[in-house]
Design a binder for this molecule. Structure first.
Ligand SMILES: NC(=O)c1ccc[n+]([C@@H]2O[C@H](COP(=O)([O-])OP(=O)(O)OC[C@H]3O[C@@H](n4cnc5c(N)ncnc54)[C@H](O)[C@@H]3O)[C@@H](O)[C@H]2O)c1
Length: 425
């Protein structure tokens, strides 16, 4: 039964709902941990009457998170966390089949995106689920009076947590915010295996190029960068890593990758992937030395890792070669630089984002963080919080159970040994 007529929304096409529903249910098969949480939430209704504004990539996995919050009794408004990451059929199904207010259209302008952020705040949420901290930052910049209504927020990604810490330092974060990204069952798997695989999926879907034998430059060897580098090597690419952190750089060397400054890598790479969370890590001087046909893309949160403003200035008008593939001919060199997905997250622009089985753990963290904030309403200090480590362990245990894998547990003797200091050699 369609519930769309009474639900406020701004989506591409409600007629896509059937396809969206099938895909949401397909993803659900790979999300056993979230399913268990949903079953418990529907029994306990711990989020009864809670208003949630969620800013997330509108994908099949996010739809299953929203269904979980709904099972707990929450009312959710969902907006896109990136103008290019929305799956329009999923947005349609959420409105039509689950009665969720969704404001998200793939390819929406930055202006529309920003308007949707304000619509999420007009909803007067108790909880904010953020991905990149745009909702929280807008709240603090423009609606200070409304901050007292907020029980807490959760943050999905590395870049958002960097921003939250800056807000905390500036003394403007006046409510608790759970750093979901920092849970081990989030970044160790989502950032590494999820971004690793789906970034290559995005590059391949956009271009259909063979990676074997190509030189692929990974900019940033953090959690995402490690995943991209490992998966690229698995597909036969020669991987170069660039870093600014000496420890990460040594790690990349020990993992068997070539490490060098971007000024050197720029002339060698066939494909460049930025995953730093930092701005202009590929800049004008690098575009000027790249090979003809070099492909550049970004999988970091914001679209500022590639300095596309500068590339536009030094190039002829770009030509669209395929969806998500634009060619820039650099006037000074006559060589072309190919930009994928307008420099936005390539795994979400040209592919479907992370596979469901990895988002299962990330979104288990989101659902349990929402519950944690409500259960501890008024008890948590303002600032950035971690979810308790028992929750992390519980999510990992549930995942193992779902995979049919059992592990050993400590014997009483081992427990005693690990807690003592007397016995040595
Ligand atoms: N595409 C996705 O679906 C997805 C998923 C998770 C995270 N992210 C985003 O990806 C980005 C990276 O996340 P992460 O968890 O790997 O972060 P991280 O902090 O673990 O790693 C970032 C790395 O980039 C390095 N770096 C910074 N500036 C650099 C520069 N100029 N040149 C080279 N290296 C530089 C840092 O030293 C660090 O090692 C963030 O913006 C995050 O929000 C995207």
């Amino acid at each position: 039964m369609s519930v769309s007529s009474s639900i406020e929304h701004e989506i591409k096409d409600i007629n896509l709902a059937n396809q969206g529903k099938r895909r949401i249910e397909w993803a659900e098969r790979e999300m056993p941990v979230l399913r268990l949480i949903r079953e418990r939430f529907s029994r306990e209704r711990t989020l009864e009457g809670v208003k949630v504004a969620a800013c997330a990539h509108v994908t099949t996995e996010t739809a299953n998170l929203v269904r979980t919050l709904q099972a707990g009794g929450a009312e959710t408004t969902l907006i896109a966390s990136n103008p290019l990451s929305t799956q329009d059929d999923v947005a349609a199904s959420l409105v039509s089949d689950w009665g969720v207010s969704v404001y998200a259209i793939k390819g929406e302008s930055t202006e529309t995106y920003n308007r949707h952020v304000r619509i999420a705040l007009d909803f007067h949420p108790d909880l904010i689920i953020d991905d990149g901290s745009d909702v929280v930052a807008t709240l603090i910049k423009e609606r200070l009076g409304q901050t007292t209504e907020i029980v807490g927020s959760t943050e999905e990604t590395t870049t958002g947590i960097v921003r939250l810490r800056a807000m905390e330092l500036a003394g403007v974060l006046t409510f608790p915010s759970v750093a979901v990204n920092n849970a081990q069952t989030k970044h160790l798997f989502d950032n590494r295996y999820g971004t690793g695989q789906s970034t290559l999926d995005g590059i391949i879907r956009a271009t259909n190029i063979l990676l074997a034998g190509r030189t692929l430059v990974v900019v940033g060897y953090g959690w995402c960068g490690k995943g991209v580098a490992l998966r690229s090597r698995g597909l036969g690419a020669n991987v170069i890593v660039t870093e600014i952190d000496p420890i990460k750089a040594v790690e990349a060397v020990m993992d068997g990758f070539r490490v060098m400054p971007m000024n050197e890598a720029a002339a060698l790479g066939d494909i460049f992937v930025t995953v730093t969370g930092n701005r202009h890590v590929i800049d004008e001087q690098h575009f000027l030395t790249m090979k003809d046909g070099a492909i550049v893309c970004n999988s970091g949160h914001f679209d500022l890792e590639l300095n596309l403003t500068s590339l536009k200035e030094i190039s002829q008008a770009p030509q669209q070669l395929r969806p998500f593939v634009e060619e820039y001919r650099v006037k000074a060199t006559g060589r072309c630089v190919i930009v994928l997905g307008e420099g936005r997250l390539i795994n979400l622009a040209a592919a479907e984002g992370h596979p469901a089985s990895v988002m299962d753990m990330s979104f288990a963290n989101q659902a349990l963080s929402a519950e944690y904030l409500i259960r501890n309403k008024g008890q948590l200090k303002p600032g950035v919080h971690m979810l308790p480590s028992e929750v992390d362990n519980e999510i990992a245990s549930l995942k193992l159970r779902a995979l049919g894998i059992s592990i050993d547990s400590l014997t009483a003797e081992q427990l005693e040994y690990l807690g003592s200091w007397e016995s040595g050699t």
